[in-house]
Design a protein around this ligand. Structure first.
Ligand SMILES: [Zn+2]
Ligand SMILES: [Zn+2]
Length: 248
């Protein structure tokens, strides 16, 4: 077997995002990766020349010097896909359309708010969780009176800002916006007041988390959602363990 397998179209789309070069089929189905007895009729892989290294299997520096194996095909020169190049091209085109339609439908706007400090707080929290062997995004939520911040379950580059008082058509919390690459993108539901609240947190996550927890009508630790009961924590507006986990 050459290259790596892709489990689904989403993987493939991720790989091809922003890549102009189309996959060039080297061979249609020259090999069957089935069992030697030939009973495996389910899996007919499409083996193609790796587009990243153009089938050389080598990774070249900007000067053209070979500096190692191609990181896309791991030096295998070919890549194996479960679907045809045509099917994948079609799926990519559909995805582009779907994304554009989704943006239009949800009124996506790009807001000039620097969210890199929020991303840094989540990165810190993730590294603390990873040190303890935790995987996934369970518990990685920040609680505010009107919304929560929670990382996307699949895409580590996305943090959602979800409303506490709106749901979408699937009954899940509807998003005010999302943070990607340090920038905030808002949706139709986000009012100027909500955007201001996100902005205040983005400017100073640690200070704002404490300030929010100190508000009597909230009285909740932003980091875990627990009601603050310890006098010291009430005064600090945050629990001491949570503060450490988030770098607040
Ligand atoms: Zn390659
Ligand atoms: Zn807490």
């Amino acid at each position: 077997m050459s290259g790596r397998d892709f489990d689904d179209i989403a993987d493939i789309n991720k790989f091809f995002d922003g890549e102009a070069a189309p996959a060039r089929p080297v061979t249609a189905i020259p090999e069957r990766a089935g069992k030697p007895d030939g009973l495996d009729t389910e899996f007919s892989p499409f083996i193609e020349e790796c587009p990243a290294c153009r089938g050389t299997g080598k990774f070249r520096s900007w000067s053209g010097r070979i500096v190692g194996d191609c990181f896309k095909c791991k030096g295998q020169k070919n890549r194996t896909f479960k679907t045809s190049p045509e099917a994948r091209a079609k799926a990519r085109a559909n995805n582009v359309q779907r994304r554009a339609a989704w943006k239009a439908q949800n009124g996506q706007q790009d807001v000039a708010i620097d969210c890199t400090k929020i991303e840094a707080a989540f990165a810190k929290r993730r590294s603390v969780a990873a040190e303890k062997g935790a995987v996934g995004v369970k518990g990685l939520v920040l609680h505010f009176p009107n919304f929560t911040f929670s990382p996307d379950r699949r895409d580590p580059n996305v943090i959602w800002v979800n409303s506490k008082s709106h749901t979408n058509d699937r009954g899940l919390p509807a998003a005010f916006g999302k943070i990607v690459d340090g920038k905030l993108h808002t949706f139709r539901l986000a009012t100027p007041e909500i955007i201001d609240e996100i902005k205040a947190f983005a400017a100073d996550p640690a200070g704002n988390a404490r300030l929010t927890g100190q508000k009597k009508e909230f009285g909740i630790c932003c980091c875990c959602g627990a009601t603050l009961t310890d006098p010291n924590s009430i005064e600090a507006g945050i629990g001491p363990i949570c503060a450490g986990k988030w770098g607040f």
